[in-house]
Design a protein around this ligand. Structure first.
Ligand code: NDP
Ligand code: OXD
Length: 310
């Protein structure tokens, strides 16, 4: 068994060590632009360079070391047609997303952002608490990670809503789906959490038109991809007060350029794409389990549907 590994950061040593732990029989070959590889059975990569794609022609599957697939699907027809692309299913990301989104929701609900500003100004001034019934949380995307976030929020008693492509029925969550369900979903969501994959259908979905449908004083949390959000529209709606505040982990240009107006807007909190980091050990274990199942002729979870785009 030979596995072709690419890491953009070049830090392949710990990955090779983990593969030797979970699949000692496999040889891991590190992809390098200046070196032609012997044929490999599987590839493990994340946002590969275009020159690597020719080497994917003969592998049985390409495993992504992330949950989002836009970094690979962007190559379109350059990707071998038959190649199964398999994304991570949670693999330690779900709990991190749950922590991140729960923290952001509670920060706004308990007005900790405002108390932080007051404390810096030396002010002692209790604010009127928000009411849970006015604080419905709407999660765009009820997939592996969106569902985990909804589960984490459930014990706090917020009204929960979710939007997906296909119809769903999740206990304790008011479910909406498709273009037809979006308006009603938005109109009742005081906090909008974007957890969608980036596809042609979801790109720019969080724009002025859709954000204007949220109740006045709404909050936005984007942990999906920067291109879901029309950035100038958010600034306009923050300035008008329609959006009270936003937490953005993902941006159109990463790192966010130093001159970007988001840095100067105190109602926007930026984090550097860290909402859910790849947990190497769990990811390698999951990939090795799936390789074994594929070799045994079994079905595996997480195969990307290229027509759908996720
Ligand atoms: P999944 O593929 O498991 O879930 C995607 C969800 O989005 C599904 O519920 C799907 O609906 C829904 N969806 C897709 N397209 C549409 C559409 N056009 N209209 C309505 N709903 C739609 O993805 P994950 O939960 O694993 O991950 C979500 C995203 O999170 C990733 O794609 C990635 O961009 C981002 N991410 C960000 C990280 C970070 O650190 N900031 C880390 C990891 C991931 P249905 O269920 O009907 O198919
Ligand atoms: C991912 C990410 O999609 O890290 O896994 O953003």
């Amino acid at each position: 068994m030979r596995i072709l590994l690419h890491r953009a950061d070049g830090d392949t040593g710990p990955w090779i060590k983990d593969f030797s732990k979970f699949m000692p029989e496999a040889e891991v070959a590190v992809w390098r632009a200046d070196e032609k590889k012997r044929p490999c059975d599987y590839a493990v990569l994340w946002s590969p360079p275009e020159e690597m794609l020719v080497e994917l022609g003969d592998v049985k599957a390409a495993f992504l070391t992330g949950a989002g697939v836009d970094g690979v699907l962007k190559f379109g027809d350059l990707l071998p047609r038959h190649l199964p692309i398999i994304r991570l299913d949670d693999a330690g990301m779900g709990i991190q997303m749950a922590e991140y989104v729960t923290h952001a929701v509670l920060r706004y609900f308990r007005r900790f952002d405002e108390y932080e500003a007051q404390a810096r100004a030396g002010q002692w001034a209790p604010l009127a608490p928000h009411r849970k019934e006015d604080f419905a949380i709407g999660v765009l995307g009820m997939g592996v990670l969106g569902t985990r976030v909804l589960q984490a929020l459930a014990p706090f008693g917020f009204p929960l809503r979710g939007w997906s492509r296909g119809e769903k029925n999740v206990a304790g969550v008011q479910c909406f789906h498709g273009a037809g369900g979006l308006d009603t979903f938005l109109r009742g969501s005081r906090v909008l959490v974007c957890m969608l994959p980036l596809t042609p259908e979801t790109s720019n979905l969080v724009d002025r038109t859709n954000m204007s449908k949220l109740p006045a004083g709404a909050f936005l949390i984007n942990v999906a991809r920067g291109a879901h959000l029309a950035e100038p529209d958010l600034l306009t709606l923050i300035k008008s007060g329609h959006i009270a505040a936003a937490t953005l982990d993902v941006l159109r240009n990463e790192p966010l350029p130093a001159q970007h107006p988001f840095w100067q807007e105190p109602r926007i909190t930026i984090t550097p794409h860290i909402a859910a980091l790849t947990v190497r050990r769990e990811s390698v274990q999951q990939i090795c389990d799936k390789i074994r199942r594929i070799e045994a002729g079994e079905m595996v979870e997480g195969i990307v549907d290229r027509n759908r785009g996720y």
